[in-house]
Design a binder for this molecule. Structure first.
Ligand SMILES: [Zn+2]
Ligand SMILES: [Zn+2]
Length: 240
């Protein structure tokens, strides 16, 4: 019995070898863009097919969703789109690559937002899994992209590999008297983040580590702050 006789066989739709869209993207690239779109919409609580189709000007969106459904990357049921195992795995990879590329471009090359956004889109397609692990380690396994969106952790983040000297590291890793620019803060509570920012401690601010014991003392401009070790460990800096 074959309940699927109406669906075209895999790889036989309008997409195929050598197919390109008007923007010069092949099917793989287009699928990656769409996986990224689905993931981002899901973060915003949107999983309805109607919302997805309206959210993007992508011309081939409906067709590519159909192809991905046939390949069992996604499921469409009751007007809702969900990732299946294969789609979830691939989407996670794409998102991780894109957001790590953004972090890399903004931290290492200190590019402004528009520059790193366009470059990240090209970068994400060329980073191999091995390079990506080194990039993640080098950046101190960042939990968020420069826009504050979550970077899904990879195998390297669990292993805490230390064979690459990280560029971005927790504040307590600074030596006494050293300066660092705050790259991101990973607070246990949201209230803590607000408290720190009211004290002038936000991503971008430059701090100097003045004391480690009995508590951490840092200087930001004219201000001196004492911090518990637990909080100090939540602040990630890049040496300046
Ligand atoms: Zn981002
Ligand atoms: Zn990592």
């Amino acid at each position: 019995m074959n309940h699927n006789h109406s669906a075209p066989p895999r790889g036989q739709g309008r997409f195929g070898l050598g197919w390109m869209d008007p923007r010069g993207r092949n099917e793989t690239q287009l699928r990656e863009e769409v996986l990224e779109l689905l993931w981002t919409l899901r973060e915003g609580g949107k999983d309805r097919l109607d919302d997805i189709l309206q959210s993007s000007p992508e011309e081939d969106l409906e067709e590519i969703l159909g192809a991905m459904e046939r390949d069992e990357w996604i499921g469409v049921q009751n007007g809702k789109v969900t990732f299946r195992e294969e789609g979830e795995r691939r989407a996670l990879e794409v998102i991780r690559r894109h957001r790590l590329a953004e972090r890399l471009l903004s931290e290492v090359f200190e590019l402004g937002e528009t520059d790193f956004e366009t470059s990240a889109c090209q970068f994400e397609h060329i980073l191999s899994p091995q390079v990506l692990e080194s990039v993640c380690t080098f950046l101190g396994h960042p939990p968020v992209c420069p826009h504050g969106k979550a970077i899904p952790p990879g195998p390297c983040c669990a292993r805490f590999k230390r064979d690459v000297e990280p560029l971005v590291r927790p504040l307590p890793d600074l030596k006494l008297g050293e300066q660092g620019r705050v790259v991101f803060i990973v607070p246990k509570t949201k209230g803590r983040l607000e408290k720190l920012s009211s004290l002038g401690l936000t991503p971008g601010s430059v701090v100097r580590l003045a004391q480690k014991r009995p508590s951490y003392v840092i200087e930001i401009g004219e201000t001196t702050l004492a911090l518990d070790e637990e909080i100090a460990k939540e602040i990630y800096v890049k040496r300046v």
